[in-house]
Ligand binder design. Sequence first.
Ligand SMILES: Cc1ncc(COP(=O)(O)O)c(C=O)c1O
Length: 383
Amino acid sequence: MEIGTQKVKSLFMLDANITYLNHGSFGACPKPIFNSLIKWQKELEKEPVKYLAHDIAENLSNSRFSLSKYINCNKDDLVFFPNPSTALNTVLRSLDLKHGDEILTTNHEYGAMDRAWRFLCKKTGAKYINQKISLPLEDKEFFIKEFKKGITDKTKIIFLSHITSPTALIFPVKEICNIAREKGIITIIDGAHAPGQIDLDIEDINPDFYSGACHKWMCSPKGVAFLYAKKEIQYIIEPLVISWGYESEKPGHSQFLDYLQWQGTNDISSYLTIPDVIRFLEEYSWTDFSVKCSDLNLWAHQKVLESFNIEPLSSNQFLAQMNSFYFNYEDSINCQLEFYKKYKIQIPFFSWNNKQLIRISVQAYNNKNDILYLIDSLKDFNQ
Ligand SMILES: Cc1ncc(COP(=O)(O)O)c(C=O)c1O
């Protein structure tokens, strides 16, 4: 279905008084998808036992099937989680790390995940190594060369964002997974920002583990994320929460699913919206919007760099629907709030490696005027 920016904006429930340039943090859910959530919640409340006991396996299997087609993997190698943190913590806490083992990552990772790894390293004596990726990032080969410098014979795990949170860069995860496989290193990819923002093909990337969020760029209701685990390595996974699937009275065909699919009573309605989410994305030709948004993002990036005479973090090939830029301010949390209150613009300010960044997200409801208003407001804020 072909629709314009104004019409597409009316599909979302965002406050019209706010210029919303922060889709990347928690996404935003269009009305037809939100209605699907309400539909499932009503069904569930009509017959809680039917939905949470009798039909759950089949309903979740249908949702996993839809998602598996969208991201190209087997539906039984996928399981839903409320967010990437829980999915990735499940993997982290299943690893048999020994004193001196190394986990190689970059200095662009998401703060909550850095914390999870540091926690685990404190317990095990393993080392978390944030390999520096110098900026500006000009080409893939440069990234690969810099990253590879961190690989040693103690490297047991490579952990990498597919699209980074503070710096908004697409990392060459497929190439890194190839290198890791040759060396027998386990790969864990944090793809929180990938599904719906870029074409995601799990089989092509071929990681051991991959987690993504559906509530960001696929626009699902909040609380839908997934963990993919390659079949051959699923046996190492232990549930974070031990429940009925452990020592199951009625084991299914997959221990991975038995262990992870039921972790206590929960409202699973948001997981069940996934077939409707994907129908929505197809019906509205969302990939066309993604292309338009990526073009607008590059335009926005260039405009910001020129307006404030700043250096880019990377060349354009590393960007999709987000870009981060250097901007001087004192305290990220206070400044973000102050800026929001004064100009009614929702946009994140990050302190990252002793530098200050601002990150623009471009979704189908944004246009050039949002960017021009942002630039004028930042000029005024900076005076
Ligand atoms: C790169 C990355 N990883 C993981 C997450 C995890 O998010 P959550 O706190 O929803 O689990 C995010 C959230 O923005 C992220 O940007």
